[in-house]
Design a protein around this ligand. Structure first.
Ligand code: NAP
Length: 327
C-alpha cells in the first residue's frame, strides 16, 4: 500500500508528533502538511513531507490540499483563544476540510482528532465514558461546544459518502514536546518578575484540587493512534477514545510543576462552574474551569482491542515526562 496523506495543522503539538510517526510508517509514501505559519519541514528531519502555508478558512487552499491525497488528517484547530475567533476557525474551517474531502475524488479516508471535551461535562454521563455515549458538548465551554458541533457536522457532511471516517477523542495531551498544559498554569500568566518570585515559593503557586481525576496521554501515543487510523486495514471506521492508562490528580499536577496543591471540595468546583455559566460575560479562558467540575475519564478498551493501540506511557508517566522538561 502506498499512501499519500494530507495533514492540516502539522506545526502543532500533536501535528509534529503525528508527522514524525507517519514518516516512519512504510505504507506512507508522501505527506503534505498545511498550516498558516512559515515552517521548514526539512529542519524537522522530515523527508517524505512537503509543507505549504495555507489557511483552512480558504476553501481553495483546502481543495488543493485534499485533491491529491488518499487520506486526510484534520488537526488544525484553535484550542486556546477567544470564543469568537476560535468559532470562526474551528467551525467554518473544519466544515471546509470535511466538505472538501467529501467532494474530492481521491481521498478514501478522513481522520479527525476530536477530543474528550466533545462529550461535555454532564453529571449524568457515565464514568468511564465509552464511545457509545453521544458527544453532547457543554455550551458554557466554547471548546467543548465546538468539538461536539464539529462531530455533528462531520456526521452530517459525510452521511451517504463512501469515505472511511475515523474520529479520535484524546484526553489532555502532554509530554516533553506538548507543554500546553504547563503553559496554561495561572502563574505562567503573571508578569516576569512576579513569576520568578513564585518559582522559589510554591505557596505562591496554589493550584486547587477538587478531586476530579485527570487522564493524560503522551503526544507520541496520540501520534501512534493517528498513524494506526491512517494505515489500518482491519479496524473499522468510527470513534476511538485515546488516553493513557490510569489517572492523575490536580494535586499531582501541582507537585509536578513545583506548585502548592490546595484540596477544595468538589462542590466548590461545581458551584464555580454554575456561577460562571450564569454570568453574562465570562472571558473565554475562564470557561476552561468548567472542565474541572466532573469526571470525564474515558474507557479506552475499544482503541486497544479494535484499533490495536497500545499507549507506551501512563497518565502519570506522561505528567513526569512533561514536568522534567518544564522544571
Ligand atoms: N492538545 C491537546 O491536549 C488536545 C487534546 C484533545 C484533542 N486535541 C485536538 O487535536 C488537534 C491538534 O491539537 P494540537 O494540540 O496539535 O493543537 P496546537 O498545538 O494548538 O496546533 C494547532 C495547529 O492548527 C494549525 N491551525 C490553526 N488555525 C489554522 C488555520 N486557520 N488554518 C490552518 N491551520 C491552522 C496551527 O498552525 P498555524 O498556527 O501555523 O496555522 C497548528 O498547526 C486539535 O483538533 C485539538 O482540538 C488536542
Amino acid at each position: 500500500m502506498a499512501l499519500r496523506v494530507g495533514v492540516t495543522g502539522p506545526t502543532g503539538e500533536i501535528g509534529k508528533a503525528a508527522i514524525a510517526a507517519l514518516e516512519e510508517h512504510p505504507d506512507v509514501t508522501a505527506i503534505i502538511g498545511m498550516a498558516r505559519r512559515p515552517f521548514d519541514a526539512t529542519a524537522e528531519g522530515w523527508t517524505k513531507t512537503v509543507y505549504r502555508q495555507g489557511d483552512i478558512l480558504d476553501r481553495a487552499a483546502v481543495d488543493d490540499l485534499v485533491a491529491d491525497v488518499d487520506v486526510v488528517v484534520h488537526l488544525a484547530f484553535i484550542i486556546m483563544g477567544t470564543r469568537t475567533e476560535s468559532a470562526r476557525v474551528n467551525l467554518a474551517g473544519t466544515r471546509n476540510v470535511f466538505e472538501a474531502t467529501v467532494a474530492a475524488a481521491r481521498p478514501r479516508r478522513l481522520v479527525y482528532t476530536s477530543s474528550v471535551a466533545a462529550y461535555g461535562y454532564h453529571a449524568d454521563n457515565p464514568v468511564p465514558l465509552t464511545e457509545d455515549v453521544a458527544p453532547r458538548g457543554s455550551a458554557e465551554h466554547y471548546y467543548s461546544e465546538q468539538k461536539a458541533a464539529c462531530e455533528a457536522a462531520l456526521a452530517e457532511i459525510t452521511d451517504g459518502s463512501d469515505l472511511e471516517v475515523y474520529v479520535l477523542r484524546p484526553c489532555i495531551v502532554a509530554g516533553p514536546k506538548a507543554p500546553a498544559l504547563a503553559d496554561a498554569m495561572p502563574w505562567n500568566h503573571l508578569p516576569g518578575p512576579v513569576r520568578r518570585v513564585t518559582r522559589a515559593l510554591p505557596l505562591l503557586r496554589p493550584l486547587p484540587d477538587p478531586g476530579t481525576p485527570l487522564q493524560l496521554v503522551h503526544h507520541d501515543d496520540v501520534a501512534a493512534a493517528i498513524t494506526l487510523a491512517v494505515t489500518t486495514t482491519s479496524a473499522p471506521p468510527g470513534a476511538y477514545n485515546i488516553a493513557g492508562d490510569g489517572v492523575v490528580s490536580m494535586s499531582q499536577v501541582a507537585e509536578a510543576f513545583g506548585a502548592q496543591p490546595v484540596r477544595v471540595p468538589r462542590a466548590a468546583a461545581v458551584m464555580t462552574s454554575e456561577l460562571l455559566s450564569r454570568l453574562p460575560f465570562v472571558p473565554s479562558v475562564l470557561e476552561w474551569l468548567h472542565a474541572g467540575r466532573t469526571s470525564v475519564v474515558m474507557d479506552t478498551a475499544k482503541a486497544t482491542s479494535v484499533l490495536g493501540w497500545r499507549p507506551r506511557y501512563t497518565s502519570a508517566e506522561t505528567l513526569s515526562a512533561l514536568a522534567s522538561t518544564v522544571r
